[in-house]
Ligand binder design. Structure first.
Ligand SMILES: [Zn+2]
Ligand SMILES: [Zn+2]
Length: 403
């Protein structure tokens, strides 16, 4: 875990301005520190919605197909490169072990690669404020138990649907169960661990904590399901009897796209659920884009769509294409939702002590958004936030009082 940035002693006197979007009196800078609007943007809609500047990583647009900054929204700017390298390493190892024909390591990296990266991320950003182990362990274990059970029960339906038939049909009874019920129920089960953690969580509740809990439970689920479904590879000669492309397709689906789709989808359901039920005031609560139910419906639709793709006898290349397309659509939808929640989660008008922004490294007053780069404070890992940020009476009452 990295150390918090050292705090500077004082800030020079700052000019202030009334934000045209939220009416708060804030430091006259590029972004409104209270509502996050991009004050430097000329267009009103562009400034307030700031689709060109993702609230968790303002140097990226909201609609960008980026794995690391989507799956790890709390990550600091400087930690992006190691996690990108870690994700690249998982992909390389998957291909190397598939080429080498070694089943054991291939199953291990497929099952553990993405979950391990996510646990490292939790360790790095410390969303549970020091109590890293209990909630993470709980999410992983409950998710894994449900995932193992689901693989045993649901896997047989998928196998039946994949068996050669004289009259192959995507609408036969076993196909419908395999394509709709199995992935749909799996998605619902993935949400169970986060509900347990939410019922135990006290104190300050933030939407990105829900993202962490949701994604952790989903990754525990996919970890166990992948081990269960790939374990026969150890004895049935899968790697020698099937073509290299068929094996790589299976490994990419099981070890890369399934965990990513599940973690992003369930993570966003968690973020929306935390925003809805949390103590933090947020004007996103009533809007459809931040609704846990809408997030869950989107997640189930994508999982069911992938369920049909699985049993539709598509070629390997098309199957990978469909899964990557689904991952792309889900990434964009989830980033739009998280961006909206972050922009509306903290409208408290307060000015805390000066600090070094962990995203842009400028010395700025601690506010809901960095006045210089616009990063949402809720997307900054807690160890990087100054304690006692919202000081009583620290909010400026008129222009010119900020120091
Ligand atoms: Zn504002
Ligand atoms: Zn900044």
């Amino acid at each position: 875990m990295s150390d918090p940035a050292p705090l500077p002693a004082e800030l020079p006197v700052l000019a202030t301005v009334a934000c045209p979007y939220c009416s708060a009196v804030v430091p006259d800078a590029r972004y409104c520190g209270a509502c996050g609007a991009h004050l430097a943007a000329a267009d009103g809609f562009r400034a307030a919605q700031r689709l060109h500047s993702y609230a968790a990583f303002p140097d990226e647009p909201v609609f960008r197909l980026a794995v690391v900054t989507s799956l790890f929204p709390h990550l600091s700017h400087r930690a992006k490169a190691p996690f990108r390298a870690g994700f690249g390493l998982v992909l390389v190892l998957v291909l190397v072990f598939a080429l080498a024909g070694t089943s054991g390591p291939l199953i291990a990296i497929s099952a553990l690669g993405v979950p391990l990266l996510f646990v490292l991320y939790i360790w790095e950003v410390d969303p549970y404020e020091g109590s890293f182990l209990p909630p993470t362990f709980l999410c992983l274990v409950i998710g894994a138990a449900l995932g193992a059970g689901w693989a045993v029960v649901g896997g047989s339906y998928v196998d039946k649907a994949l068996l050669p038939s004289l009259f192959p049909s995507l609408t036969s009874g076993s196909s419908v169960i395999a394509a709709i019920a199995v992935p749909g129920i799996a998605q619902l089960l993935m949400c169970v661990p986060m509900l347990v953690v939410r019922s135990m969580q006290r104190g300050r509740i933030e939407s990105l904590d829900g993202f962490v809990a949701g994604a952790t439970g989903a990754l525990g689920f996919t970890l166990a399901a992948t081990v269960d479904l790939m374990a026969p590879w150890l004895s049935n000669g899968q790697l020698t009897h099937q073509s290299f492309l068929a094996n790589v397709t299976q490994v990419i689906l099981r070890g890369v796209t399934l965990p990513l789709v599940s973690a992003l989808a369930t993570g966003f359901v968690g973020a929306a659920f935390w925003a809805k039920t949390g103590a933090v005031s947020t004007s996103a609560k009533g809007e459809w884009i931040a609704s846990p139910l809408v997030a869950l419906v989107v997640a189930v639709i994508i999982q069911v769509g992938l369920g049909f793709a699985d049993i539709a006898a598509l070629s390997d290349a098309v199957l990978i294409g469909v899964n990557l397309a689904a991952l792309g659509v889900l990434t964009l939808a989830m980033r739009a939702g998280i961006h909206h929640v972050l922009l509306h989660e903290a409208l408290e008008v307060g000015v805390g002590p000066p600090r070094v922004c962990p995203n842009c490294v400028h010395i700025v007053p601690a506010m809901a958004f960095c006045p210089q780069c616009g990063v949402a404070d809720r997307a900054v890992a807690r160890p990087h936030r100054p304690s006692g940020m919202w000081l009583a009476g620290a909010a400026p009452s008129s222009p010119g009082e900020l120091t």
